[in-house]
Design a protein around this ligand. Structure first.
Ligand SMILES: *[C@@H]1O[C@H](CO)[C@@H](O)[C@H](O)[C@H]1NC(C)=O
Ligand SMILES: *[C@@H]1O[C@H](CO)[C@@H](O)[C@H](O)[C@H]1NC(C)=O
Ligand SMILES: *[C@@H]1O[C@H](CO)[C@@H](O)[C@H](O)[C@H]1NC(C)=O
Length: 495
């Protein structure tokens, strides 16, 4: 629990002592999280890595030529795009390359890839939004899997490496750490008519459907969308001593041209990332409630946000930490239709060498959330190459992880309901988009290089992987014609 202002102290402290029991081995103190010191240290480490690599030329994405076309099969553990060029030879398993475009060819003058998301139009055409330091690139994925650049929406204020993207219906929702940026709302239907021979740079005034500006400094670390309930959430909107304490700031999207905020949830202070969905699952007390799973730096914090008015209508259900907690970063429920388990990643435990990540292999934590008031860690699974784990999204029993320098990794997590220890979780494919570190001991660097995010929810099975240095890859799993799924994945049950 993080208590920020004296006004909230009375509300916050009883919860803190009642709900949370920090393990004694924890490296950082509550005060270091509360003050933002831990988050600042990650941001500073990333900035130093990005600066060093920018100076070394790694962000000059023109040095990574865009793909000339044709599927490059992963064979005997390698996808060879250019024979004899180590930088064009990718370690892989069960995943082929369909296309690649550098950030430069995706219209960026700065490079610096970050978040990304996808949208399937009513007629089945597939579009992607690719975060870059100087805006968002839009592209279509053709039936063959070619990535076709269509144009871009520049940043709203100044460039920033932190740009986060989700979709809401046919709109793309974009937030950034840049001061005075706000949250952009752009209608992707505008892309349906773009001629790829004439990519369009959209206007940040005339072409936006809406712009949400009611943030303390215009910056937000991430944006989250709950489409069914017609709202977005800005999380981690600094400064931390602002009235919502960088918690969940709700953005009503019923009229995307006029986004307004009904309220916020400051109760556990800074939220780094979240997933907000209607609860269906074993905990009958919360059936049908609007639940946000918050990844809050030192805890998994679960909120009931059914009532979003003001600053005190939503409630915290529980706050849970775990052995090795260093920076609780992001996660996703295993099955939105039956919320019994969730997967969580920690962004600092590999570098800090604590808990199960002490050996530098990225760890995913498995939580049983069948009692939302008392989530329990039931197991972990580990990647086989040294790196840091970043964003992971779960679709149909597979977890798609962007593991920085170790690349894009696919896990079959559909065994978890039968074996919550993670003992039967299997890595069923990977594509290592950052060959630069493959020669190192244990397969890679434990640094902020490589891939930030992916989008693997297209019905066709096309997968977008956005990378910090190079550009965007389109990949496809070999064993699936269409969207892949886990071995034990069951069709959604009716609840
Ligand atoms: C491959 O990339 C590394 C690091 O960016 C660079 O030092 C090296 O010159 C590149 N090699 C080729 C063949 O382009
Ligand atoms: C917030 O709501 C709780 C009850 O849900 C109440 O006990 C508390 O006094 C409220 N705090 C403030 C600051 O209004
Ligand atoms: C939501 O919370 C607000 C503020 O606490 C309260 O006035 C309102 O009645 C609540 N709405 C519902 C539907 O409970």
């Amino acid at each position: 629990m993080k208590t920020y202002t004296t006004a909230l102290l009375a509300l916050a402290l009883p919860l803190a002592s009642a709900l949370i029991n920090f393990p004694s081995h924890q490296k950082f103190t509550k005060e270091m999280y509360r003050s933002g010191e831990v988050h600042q240290s990650i941001m500073a480490a990333k900035e130093a890595t990005f600066k060093r690599n920018r100076e070394a030329g790694l962000f000059d994405s023109a040095r990574y030529p865009s793909h000339k076309g044709g599927r490059v099969k992963c064979k005997d553990g390698l996808a060879i795009v250019e024979k004899g060029n180590a930088n064009q030879t990718f370690k892989c398993d069960n995943i082929d390359l369909l296309d690649f475009k550098s950030h430069a060819d995706l219209g960026s003058s700065t490079g610096g890839g970050s978040s990304s998301w996808g949208w399937t139009a009513r007629n089945g055409r597939e579009f992607v939004a690719i975060g870059q330091a100087d805006g968002t690139a839009f592209a279509e994925i053709s039936r063959k899997g070619d990535l076709i650049y269509l144009g871009r929406l520049p940043q709203q204020s100044v460039p920033s490496q932190w740009r986060e993207i989700r979709t809401y219906k046919n709109y793309v929702i974009i937030g950034s750490e840049a001061v005075d940026h706000g949250v952009q709302i752009f209608d992707m239907e505008k892309l349906l008519k773009v001629n790829p021979r004439k990519p369009v740079t959209f206007s940040t005034t005339d072409d936006l459907t809406g712009l949400f500006t009611d943030l303390p400094a215009g910056r937000t670390h991430n944006v989250v969308v709950h489409e069914a309930e017609q709202y977005a959430v800005a999380v981690g909107a600094q400064p931390r001593d602002s009235e919502c304490l960088s918690g969940l700031i709700f953005i009503d999207l019923k009229d995307p041209a006029n986004p307004t905020s009904p309220g916020c949830s400051p109760h556990d202070g800074y939220v780094h990332d979240a997933q907000c969905i209607i609860y269906h699952g074993p905990d009958r007390r919360y059936e049908g409630r609007d639940i946000c799973y918050g990844y809050n730096e030192d805890t998994l914090t679960i909120y009931d946000v059914t009532n979003k008015s003001g600053k005190n209508a939503s409630k915290i259900i529980s706050m849970t930490t775990y052995e090795g907690a260093s920076y609780t970063h992001q996660g996703w429920v295993l099955d939105p239709d039956w919320q019994h388990y969730l997967l969580l990643d920690d962004e600092l435990d590999e570098q800090e060498q604590v808990g199960p990540a002490a050996d530098g292999f990225p760890v995913t934590f498995i939580f049983d959330i069948s009692d939302l008031e008392h989530p329990k860690l039931t197991g972990t699974y580990k990647s086989k190459a040294h790196s840091i784990d970043h964003n992971q999204y779960v679709y149909d029993g597979l977890s798609f992880q962007s593991n920085y320098g170790a690349g894009f990794r696919v896990w079959d997590v559909s065994s978890i309901p039968d074996d919550p220890t993670g003992g039967h979780v299997e890595e069923i494919g990977f594509f290592d988009i950052f060959p630069e570190d493959d020669h190192l001991e244990n397969g890679g660097l434990i640094e902020f290089v490589g891939t930030w995010s992916s989008y693997a929810n297209f019905p066709s099975g096309h997968i977008l992987v956005n990378t910090i240095e190079r550009g965007a890859f389109i990949l496809k799993m070999q064993k699936f014609d269409k969207k892949p799924h886990g071995k034990h994945h069951k069709k959604p049950r009716n609840v």
